[in-house]
Design a binder for this molecule. Structure first.
Ligand code: SAM
Length: 334
């Protein structure tokens, strides 16, 4: 069996291209499947929250195979830890909210840093995922890297200390369905002044499109370089509707069931043949480690509006709905 430490070293080299990263992650995945008993975990029950859905262990495990997503989150987190260690922070205090059954994003750190360089606290709300992640950590003999592993809700978690890095990947495209914003809106209160959120920024843009002329990427095959170029020809950028970064979370307080006004957008300049509005999502995971449209399920386009003859050219109010089915909503103004 190949050495997992070697595989992570190769994966996180600056020179590793997407195809190599995908192949290395497939090798790592095979090792984890053996170590984790994930094939015996048949729970498919989501946890329904007041501000979104915590996806079930089976789906959460499948996130691993959204390979460029997994690569970028592992790489961004690794580079962030490295930067903080070089600034003299030791141990780097990491809070990881929503581990899924593999604690995927922090796995490379357990092989590439020593126990006295990092200290990890994990939070997971799904008891099956929680148990599976703890079992995996024990099997890999990496318990010493963890300060605590908690079965709790990251939206309401209130520790009595701060962290240097807060990681959470609890999102879907265009910030639909999952509680990423509610989680970061709470956890920002426990980020140290020089600390780092991962992802660093989630950007959603509103774009007009002629959607039926667009190309779609095959599901779960994200090393397709062409789609973005083709689709660009059928689109017109309207506005950025949200850039959820540290500044956003420090200046906006999200409360349950809130309809948070983001901005008003104009559609008067849209070219005549563009009849749909879509949200596109991009993530800055850390620094120059990014996930662009169609790199992952998180950054797939989301069709949000089809114009009628009545509302084309109108202004639209944009809100973030922070309820049990979170999403960004457009409302035409009279
Ligand atoms: C999209 S999966 C990601 C799993 C893993 N972090 C990865 O990157 O592959 C999100 C995980 O976050 C958990 N989760 C969602 N909302 C949560 C909450 N409010 N508190 C704690 N965990 C949560 C889900 O149960 C699920 O295991």
């Amino acid at each position: 069996m190949p050495n997992i430490k070697f595989l992570f070293e190769e994966l996180l080299k600056e020179t590793t291209d997407d195809t190599t990263a995908i192949n290395l992650l497939k090798e790592i995945e095979a090792i984890l499947a053996i170590e984790s008993n994930s094939n015996t975990d048949d729970s498919i029950t989501d946890v329904l929250l007041s501000q979104g859905v915590a996806i079930n262990p089976k789906l959460a495990a499948q996130c691993f195979t959204d390979y460029l997503r997994t690569h970028r989150f592992m790489l961004g987190t690794y580079q962030c830890v490295l930067q903080l260690i070089n600034q003299g922070i030791k141990p780097v205090q990491i809070l990881y909210a929503g581990t899924g059954p593999f604690a995927t994003i922090v796995l490379p750190l357990l092989y590439l840093f020593s126990e006295d360089e990092i200290s990890i606290t994990t939070i997971e709300i799904n008891s099956n995922s929680y148990t599976a992640a703890n079992l995996l950590i024990r099997k890999l003999k990496k318990e010493k890297y963890f300060d605590s592993t908690l079965l709790t809700d990251a939206i309401t978690y209130s520790p009595d200390r701060e962290f240097d890095i807060i990681i959470s990947e609890t999102m879907d495209k265009a910030l639909t369905r999952e509680p990423q914003l509610a989680i970061f809106s709470n956890l920002i209160n426990y980020l140290s002044p020089t600390g780092q959120l991962i992802p660093e920024c989630i950007k959603v843009d509103l774009v007009a499109s002629s959607i039926y002329l667009e190309k779609d990427v095959p599901y779960y095959c994200f090393d397709d370089k062409e789609t973005r170029l083709v689709n660009h020809k059928h689109r017109q950028f309207i506005d950025n509707v949200i850039s959820a970064d540290r500044h956003f979370f420090e200046t906006q307080t999200l409360i349950p069931n809130q309809s948070l006004f983001l901005k008003t957008v104009k559609t008067s300049q849209i070219t005549e043949n563009l009849n749909e509005l879509i949200f596109t999502t991009e993530l800055v995971v850390f620094d120059d480690v990014v996930l662009l449209e169609d790199d992952s399920t998180l950054t797939k386009k989301y069709i949000c509006y089809s114009f009628t003859a009545m509302d084309k050219g109108k202004e639209f109010d944009v809100h973030y709905l922070n309820n049990d089915s979170p999403r960004i909503a457009l409302t035409p103004k009279n």
